[in-house]
Design a protein around this ligand. Structure first.
Ligand SMILES: O=C[C@H](O)COP(=O)(O)O
Length: 325
């Protein structure tokens, strides 16, 4: 773990009110940053392997069952086919770094994921993350949202992805938002890390994205996360740039490093590499580790594996080859 966990700080409304973000400038800068590096050959393959180790491999579907969650865990433990991995100079020995950072499931499926990873001897190497607090809308009473967190922690989740109450952002009720996230952090207990999903596609402006990022960090979030994957607009690079800037400002002022998790719609190797370039250029190499960066993704791994296959064989894989099933 890099440094101390973020304990949060007092709500600083003066800091929030000093914010004024220029949308055009953010869009231009995000484009400029991601086009500043072209990753090719061996270097690209290494970044793709890195991207795999940063995934919270996710299933958040109404028809999730023990069996698809167990398959997800197996894929998290061994994300690349063994022969492909060996050609790249790695294997699945005990100390192998090649596995995803976590699996991410609904609270009711935490027990299944814990059991499956335990059976493979991978629990702890691959964490179990659970969404909570009325995911994806957050529109349930606070009492129920807190109970959900406690339930997921009791079942063995070590990471809790809460959703914020968007109403509190859209109506400028920053104190209430701060208080809600603080009590959610308390409900996580001392071990489970809290990731605050801002649902940026529903926050209206980039000023609100920056302010909500700051409030979430002031309330003690370990990570801030873009989206649930269920909004009509999910993880975008301009939003990622604004959130990275908030993380940088918070680190400079308070001395604590908070992680970033883009989630929702991150599907291709190109998407993943653009995010990694953005992180390297804005926050630096410390944020290219699972302690401070995650991809929340249900459909990214197949494309990363397919890119590795192309790198090794020079051929495109058949469509059915790298699917989750
Ligand atoms: O938290 C993760 C997201 O729900 C995943 O979204 P996705 O299905 O678009 O990859």
């Amino acid at each position: 773990m890099i440094g101390e966990r973020n304990p949060g700080c007092e709500l600083d409304l003066g800091w929030l009110n000093s914010v004024n973000i220029n949308l055009t400038a953010v869009n231009q800068l995000a484009n400029k940053i991601v086009s500043s590096r072209e990753l090719k050959g061996e270097y690209r393959a290494a970044w793709i392997l890195k991207a795999i180790t940063l995934i919270d491999l996710t299933t958040l579907a109404g028809d999730d069952t023990n069996s698809n969650v167990s398959r997800l865990c197996f894929k998290a433990a061994k994300p690349v086919s063994e022969d492909l991995l060996q050609t790249l100079g790695f294997d699945y020995s005990e100390k192998s770094p090649i596995h995803t950072a976590a699996v991410c499931v609904y609270p009711s499926r935490v027990e299944d994921a814990v059991k499956a990873l335990k059976n493979m001897g991978m629990l702890g190497k691959v964490n179990v993350a659970s969404v909570a607090t009325g995911f994806p809308s957050g529109q349930t009473p606070l009492k129920t949202r807190l109970e959900e967190i406690k339930f997921a922690v009791e079942k063995g989740a070590k990471e809790i992805d809460i959703v914020i109450n968007r109403d509190l952002v859209l109506t400028g009720k920053w104190e209430k938002l701060y208080q809600e996230i603080q009590v959610m952090k308390e409900a996580c207990g001392s071990e489970a890390h809290l990731k605050a999903i801002l649902a940026t596609g529903e926050l209206g402006t980039l000023d609100n994205v920056y302010k909500a990022s700051l409030v979430a960090m002031m309330a003690g979030s370990d990570f801030i996360k873009t989206s649930t994957g269920k909004e009509s607009v999910n993880a975008t690079l301009p939003v990622g740039l604004v959130m990275s800037r908030a993380i940088k400002d918070y680190h400079e002022k308070m001395g604590y490093k908070v992680g970033l998790k883009p989630a929702g719609g991150v599907r291709t190797s190109k998407d993943a590499l653009e995010w990694l370039v953005l992180m390297k250029e804005t926050l630096g190499n410390d944020w290219l580790t699972p302690e401070l960066f995650r991809f929340g993704a249900s459909g990214l791994l197949g494309d990363l594996e397919s890119s590795l296959y192309q790198y090794v064989t020079g051929k495109y894989p058949a469509g059915y080859e790298f699917t989750m099933g």
